[in-house]
Every structure is written in C-alpha cells, then in structure tokens.
Design a protein around this ligand. Structure first.
Ligand code: SF4
Ligand code: SF4
Length: 164
C-alpha cells in the first residue's frame, strides 16, 4: 500500500488534464444515472480497499470541523467547546475550523481513529465518491485523487463507464 500512496501524487499529476477535461464535460451533461453509477463504483472500490492499511487522508489532510462536529467531539472529551477549539483547532483562510496540524492528532500508530464514533462528518464522508450530484465536487475530487488511492481508482473506472 505504501508504494501506491507514494506514487499517487505523480500518477494524479499525469492524469490531471485528462480528469479535468472529463469533469468539465460531465458537469455540462451529467448522465441521468450518475448517482447510481457512483454508488456502485464506490461500493465496489471500498470492498477491496483497506483503509486501515492506508490512512493517507488522516495523515496528509485534516477534515473541516462543523460546529456540530466541534460540540459533539468536545462533549466526548468532556471539554468545553472553547477549550477543545483552543487545544486542537485553528481557523483557516475560508473561515472553517481545521486541525492545527497533520497527521491528525486523533490518529493512532495502528491507523485507528481514536474518536471514530464521533469523528467529523467530513471524515465519515471522505472521499465523497458516493455523494449525489458528484459532478458538482469535481474541483475537490481532482485534489483527492492525489491523496486517496480509492478515489483515484474510482475516477479511472468512471472514465471507462461514463461516456461524456
Ligand atoms: S478524526 Fe479520525 S478519521 Fe478524521 S482525520 Fe482524524 S483520525 Fe482520521
Ligand atoms: S479514504 Fe482513501 S485515503 Fe483515506 S484511508 Fe481510505 S483509501 Fe486511504
């Protein structure tokens, strides 16, 4: 898995223009069954993906924390919201709460998430490949294929399955 992760930024860079063209066309005319196709591709890929052998998302990009995430996780630690924010979070350029540093402070050496049951919504949904109207987050997906081997494979399969 580590070799795959190490090669991913270069592979994603090589595919960037092709992917960008594909998503531009997809956005203009998304097929009616896009949600169905994405659900299928996502399920097939994650059946064979070992996230615990990877954790590259947790190691390289932190999630965005919504106010609800902050309240829930602070409560989990029995901390006051403000105390939790000061200890773990910062506000980024887009005014969102993000981690002060990566790898994520809640990631264990065994790649387990120590707050799995209360983890941020963004962590639960990453890499967002099963969300509806997937064409609307192409800018994010173009970045995620360099981080997430599963997202990379899903986009490669998309290009084979969907003729734009
Ligand atoms: S909160 Fe958990 S799932 Fe989210 S980035 Fe940190 S370790 Fe990963
Ligand atoms: S979601 Fe992607 S980057 Fe995160 S652990 Fe799973 S395969 Fe790796």
């Amino acid at each position: 898995m580590q070799d795959i992760i190490n090669n991913l930024p270069k592979q994603a860079k090589d595919k960037h223009n092709e992917n960008k063209k594909f998503f531009t066309k997809l956005k203009k005319k998304p097929p009616k069954n896009l949600d169905y196709v994405m659900q299928d591709l996502h399920e097939q890929e994650f059946k064979r993906t070992d996230c615990l052998g990877c954790a590259n998302c947790c190691k390289t990009t932190g999630p965005l924390f919504t106010d609800k995430d902050v309240d829930r996780i602070a409560k989990h630690f029995r901390m006051k919201t403000q105390q939790f924010i000061s200890k773990f979070l910062r506000v980024d350029d887009e005014n969102d709460y993000v981690l002060q540093s990566v790898p994520c402070t809640f990631l264990g050496a065994d790649n387990y998430c120590s707050i799995y049951d209360v983890r941020p919504k963004a962590c639960r949904e990453f890499p967002h490949t099963d969300r509806s109207k997937f064409q609307q987050i192409s800018h994010l997906t173009l970045k995620n294929v360099a981080i997430c081997p599963a997202a990379f494979n899903i986009v490669e399969e998309m290009k084979k399955r969907i003729k734009v």
